[in-house]
Design a protein around this ligand. Structure first.
Ligand code: SAM
Length: 275
């Protein structure tokens, strides 16, 4: 069967999609020729692409487990992507079976996949929603049914904000979400960075993604730090200062060994809302 015959209604397979590209990088099958071609064009100037994606994915799993261990029982995972395994509910519910996870993404294929993946799993829901519409996302009936806003929530924005241009003010958007959450809530966020990367690799990545449905906007350390303004960053691993780190190192047993070339493409932190 050709790609066109396989594509669910509403899924445009003539333009690469970041969700489907990420799926392909991680070895999934929810992607099309146009996505695979785009990924290979990125990889041509960024051989550590797969390592970078797995390092980011590892952060998601370690940070969610840690948040559940701190007692967080509610998660809002925006830009969930939903690869086939080791998703937020797997990590959270392994620690706390009663943890509830609201997944949101704006990609139509993620919606199709989410409905299959989450069928029969308890404490999870998926909504098609755009990060840039906090009122629509937080006011969605599934959100209100799943999340108790009088209790702490972990907001996950993992590999999400770098698909949002400065003009859409991703910093202001994160602030709006965090304002709705009670003290004791957390923000876990990662972002691609161009710091210390070769211009040719960064330029190529931006060029390829500019032809996708989103575009990619790598950010500097201080730009990523701005997402955590007013929040209390937690130390990323034992003995570390409370600051941003590279994605592979967060929560790593051996941070030095986790400090790989791929990991250095992404900054991350987990931060607590104190007041
Ligand atoms: C690279 S994937 C990250 C998946 C997962 N969070 C992780 O880090 O493993 C980025 C996801 O963000 C989604 N996304 C991009 N822009 C978005 C937006 N404005 N609103 C909601 N989702 C968005 C994409 O569809 C994609 O599924």
């Amino acid at each position: 069967m050709s790609d066109i015959e396989q594509a669910p209604p509403g899924v445009d397979i003539t333009v690469p999609s970041p969700a489907r590209m990420y799926d392909y990088i991680l070895g999934g099958t929810d992607n099309y020729e146009v996505d695979r071609t785009a990924v290979e064009a990125v990889r041509a100037k960024m051989p550590e692409l797969e390592d970078a994606a797995w390092a980011n994915r590892g952060f998601l799993q370690r940070s969610v487990r840690w948040l559940a261990e701190q007692g967080v029982r509610q998660f809002i995972d925006i830009g969930a992507g939903l690869p086939t395994m080791n998703n937020t509910h797997d990590a959270a519910q392994a620690v706390a079976p009663d943890a509830r996870i609201l997944y949101a993404d704006n990609d139509p294929l993620v919606a199709v996949h989410a409905n299959e993946l989450l069928a029969g799993s308890s404490g999870t829901a998926f909504i098609t929603a755009d990060f840039r519409d906090p009122d629509g996302l937080l006011g969605h009936e599934e959100t209100l049914a799943m999340i108790d806003f009088s209790e702490p929530v972990a907001l996950l924005a993992v590999a999400l904000t770098h698909f949002v241009p400065d003009d859409d003010d991703p910093w202001g958007l994160i602030r709006q979400y965090m304002e709705r959450l009670v003290p004791g809530s957390y923000l876990a966020l990662t972002s691609i960075t161009s710091d210390r990367q070769v211009d040719e690799s960064v330029g190529n990545l931006k060029r390829v993604y500019s032809r996708s449905s989103a575009g990619a906007f790598p950010r500097t350390r201080s730009e990523v730090e701005r997402f955590f303004t007013g929040l209390e960053i937690v130390p990323p691993y034992e003995g570390a200062e409370a600051a941003l780190t590279y994605v592979g190192m967060w929560g790593a047993e051996d941070p030095e060994a986790a400090d790989s070339d791929g990991s250095r493409w992404g900054y991350c932190a987990v931060a607590r809302k104190t007041g």
